[in-house]
Design a protein around this ligand. Structure first.
Ligand code: ZN
Length: 424
């Protein structure tokens, strides 16, 4: 028989439980909605949260509650006096970027390496020749959607990993730290921790299980601003506008035309390169508004990107003395690296737990943010760990059962490890 690809005996032991949970959770539509003004942004997210409350009570966790803002909190009690309290976090919502209703997962057992044609839309093919991450997983059990929806491994893989690890920890006698579990809402719309009560959660530090490929430890995110540029012109009836009308839309178009394209744009950058990205606009001839996001891993460079936009707006609008502009800069999140660098043992423990799960840790940077970045900023150091899902926010999203199981084993090893190390 071919090697099924389990990273450790513990991963193999946990695999079917992780998969069973994962398949149940993805069937619940939990898509969040960036245009909503409620919290959580969609009521349907709580369908999964309520199911999780029931399930966590059934498997015997303590202090299981659905908090008022909609987060699930629960405790795996520790067995070692003086050990720290470790937070384990995942989010229940799925991305609004692809359909999330009626997910019909398919498990491709012992995938042999052929292109995977998704039966609900045969134009959607997972071809290992175009997907190097997938090509490495020959022999694994691969889960996909039917091609008409996203899969929801982001982040139901994380939820299934944490619940499965909690059940395993409770069932064994091994020394362990206390684990506090949180399942958040609205991560995908950037509001995942808006109402997160750190004191009530009570962890000393935490890990989000919201990463991707096998072995990833993510300690570095973008720092992020939203920029809102409003240009005010002079609105006059076009029939009598000669010499008087100043068209704000044309000025806004000039600003967009002056933005860099060969670099400093998401479509032309990678790795640590930042960007400014016009996302949305609205307006009339008399007044027009453009929303940008600005991103960089380096805070000083991020400020330069903001000044670039301000400079372009000033130059364009400055040519028309009757027009004016206003630029509002709002911080969205900060690169968590600076804060995490002050707590190297939290990262080292993650690396050691990954090794104990039979996997070599890999450091990768996030071209985006995480709940962990916001929690770190609020004072709870929270790196992000892999889940085994890939190609997120797309109908071609997929997950390896073996990699999800390796992440569940990592989660168990982490809590064991923090139960065995001296507290600092
Ligand atoms: Zn996620």
């Amino acid at each position: 028989m071919a090697d099924p690809g389990y990273s450790s005996p513990l991963a193999e032991e946990l695999a079917e439980d992780v998969l069973e949970r994962f398949l149940r959770y993805v069937a619940v539509d939990t898509q969040s909605d960036p245009t909503s003004t409620t919290y959580p942004s969609t009521e349907r997210q709580l369908d999964l949260s309520r199911l999780l409350v029931e399930e966590l009570r059934e498997i015997g966790l303590d202090d299981v509650e659905l908090t008022e803002p909609g987060y699930v909190f629960a405790t795996v009690p520790g067995t070692v006096d003086g050990a720290p309290t470790v937070g384990l976090i995942a989010h229940v919502d799925t991305s609004p970027a692809a359909p999330g209703d009626g997910v019909a997962p398919i498990v491709h057992r012992a995938w042999a390496g052929e292109p995977i044609v998704l039966p609900g839309d045969v134009a959607q093919v997972l071809d290992p020749d175009d997907m190097p991450g997938l090509a490495e997983k020959r022999g694994h059990d691969i889960v996909t959607s039917d091609g008409t929806t996203l899969l929801g491994a982001d982040d139901k893989a994380g939820v299934a990993i944490v619940v499965t690890a909690a059940q395993k920890l409770l069932a064994e006698d091994a020394p362990r730290a206390t684990a506090r579990i949180a399942f958040t809402v609205d991560e995908e719309v950037g509001r995942g921790t808006d109402h997160f009560d750190l004191a009530a959660f009570g962890a000393d530090f935490a890990y989000t299980f919201d990463g991707s490929g096998l072995g990833e430890v993510e300690t570095e995110t973008f720092s992020a601003y939203q920029l809102v540029l409003t240009i005010t012109g002079v609105g006059v009836h076009p029939g009598t506008a000669k010499g008087r009308l100043v068209n704000a839309l044309k000025l806004l178009a000039d600003v967009i035309a002056a933005l860099p394209r060969e670099g400093l744009s998401p479509e032309t950058t990678e790795d640590r390169e930042g960007f400014v990205h016009p996302e949305r606009l609205t307006g009339t001839a008399s007044r027009a508004t453009l929303w940008f996001i600005a991103r960089d891993h380096d805070d000083a460079k991020l400020e330069e990107h903001v000044e670039l936009v301000r400079g372009i707006a000033a130059a364009v609008v400055g040519r028309e003395p009757r027009a004016s502009f206003d630029l509002v800069v709002e911080e969205q999140y900060r690169n968590m690296r600076t804060a995490l660098d002050r707590h190297p043992t939290i990262i080292e423990a993650a690396e050691e737990a990954i090794r104990r799960a039979g996997v070599e840790p890999v450091h990768s940077i996030i071209r985006g943010g995480t709940d962990g970045a916001r929690l770190t900023e609020k004072g709870l150091p929270t790196p992000n760990l892999f889940t085994g899902g890939q190609h997120y926010h797309s109908v071609r999203e997929w997950a390896s059962v073996q990699d999800m199981a390796a992440a569940a084993a990592t989660c168990v090893e982490l809590v064991r490890l923090w139960g065995s190390v001296p507290v600092r």
